[in-house]
Write a protein that binds this ligand. Structure first.
Ligand code: ATP
Ligand code: MG
Length: 352
């Protein structure tokens, strides 16, 4: 079986370190390994519009931002097809057919969508398009016969929905049209759902609690210095909690023993630092300054590459448009096979 990787992000803002540890790091590893047949990264503008109906400009303008974030983080456009979702209209047609295989009550049970409805304050006015985005996401995955989908934990219900659609399509129409996709989660638990700087469960563009890959050094430092730690750890001598402490979550996700040698040699590793914090006698400023060093080390080269890339955005748009055409060919072929299996391929009625 062919190994096809597909993943994506919504152009609702710049990419943040949650994206980096949750999905981008795995993409970079896969790219490095190179043992795949095709690798796609989709900028999900159509999906972003489902909860941004009055923010078209935001979505439109963030397409290039997300593309620059990918390239500056090290995604190689020679190895990966980066394209824009709306430039592949076949995906929308597939969604129409898949909608008949999913019930409203099934959509209502999707835990990620439920959380997002609360977070966005939709109450009883949930756009139909938003409710159905897990189905359109299934089209994105299935159109390219994807087998591996590198994502964070919030995307597991979407993968489950996609897998159900594959089974349901096969039971209804047969034809073995689709590959069965598998999610690829980060090995490190904390990276699967990195908390926001405010201590909220997930760092997310829509929640405004992010450290962005493009943030300038002083902004990163300021966000770290204001990050949520343990509200009961008031005096340095107080014992502190590591669980739910954002600084420790970020250190768990990012720091290595090498970083201790380089930036905080009094400790050998994170376990020692945690033990001291729990016991009392270790202040927040010290752990925050250490995190700042670790974070700047990761972000500085990304920021520098971004500045170079920003000088020629036309070239990046050109790459995206060309890739969109290639993606259309693949999705078109899947759609043809799908309609054939469904028995709605009318080409045989053509007389000439
Ligand atoms: P939005 O708030 O607009 O939904 P987002 O910050 O949740 O934006 P998405 O574009 O929805 O970002 O997510 C893109 C990818 O990044 C998905 O695979 C998702 O699982 C992953 N991801 C997003 N936030 C995090 C996080 N805090 N921790 C780990 N992975 C994350
Ligand atoms: Mg999201």
């Amino acid at each position: 079986m062919k190994k096809v990787i597909l993943t994506g992000d919504r152009p609702t803002g710049n990419l943040h370190i949650g994206h980096y540890v949750g999905s981008l790091a795995n993409r970079l590893k896969l790219q490095e390994k190179g043992d795949y047949d095709k690798f796609y990264i989709m900028i999900a503008d159509t999906q972003a519009l489902t909860d941004n109906v009055n923010n078209v400009d935001k979505v439109k303008n963030n397409i290039i931002q997300v593309a620059i974030d990918y390239l500056s983080a090290g995604i190689d456009p020679e190895k990966v097809n980066i394209f824009i979702q709306s430039q592949v209209p076949e995906l929308a047609e597939m969604t129409m057919y898949f909608m008949n295989l999913v019930t409203v009550s099934r959509l209502n049970r999707n835990p990620t969508v439920k959380d997002e409805i609360k977070q966005r304050g939709f109450n009883a006015s949930i756009p139909v398009g938003f409710m159905c985005y897990p189905i359109s996401q299934a089209s994105d995955i299935l159109a390219f016969n994807s087998t591996v989908v590198p994502v964070g934990e919030d995307q597991l219900p979407m993968l489950e929905q996609t897998r159900e659609i594959v089974r349901s399509f096969q039971n209804t129409y047969g034809g073995n049209v689709f590959a069965m996709p598998e999610p690829l989660l980060p090995e490190n638990d904390v990276c699967r759902r990195l908390p926001g700087t405010d201590g909220n469960l997930k760092m997310s563009k829509s929640a405004g609690n992010c450290i962005y890959l493009k943030d300038e050094a002083d902004v990163v430092k300021q966000k770290i210095m204001n990050a949520y730690t343990d509200p009961n750890h008031i005096k340095i001598s107080d014992p502190g909690r590591v669980e739910g402490n954002v600084v420790f979550a970020y250190l768990d996700a990012l720091c290595t023993d090498e970083d201790f040698k380089k930036f905080l040699p009094e400790y050998q590793n994170l376990d020692e630092l945690k033990a001291h914090y729990r016991q009392g006698g270790l202040g927040d400023v010290k752990i925050k300054l250490f995190l700042n060093n670790v974070m700047q080390q990761l972000l500085e080269p990304i920021r520098n590459r971004r500045k170079e890339l920003e000088k020629d955005v036309d070239k990046i748009y050109e790459m995206l448009f060309k890739n969109g055409e290639k993606a259309r060919e693949v999705a078109g072929e899947t759609l043809r096979r799908m309609k054939n299996a469904m028995g709605i391929d009318y080409s045989k009625f053509l007389t000439k």
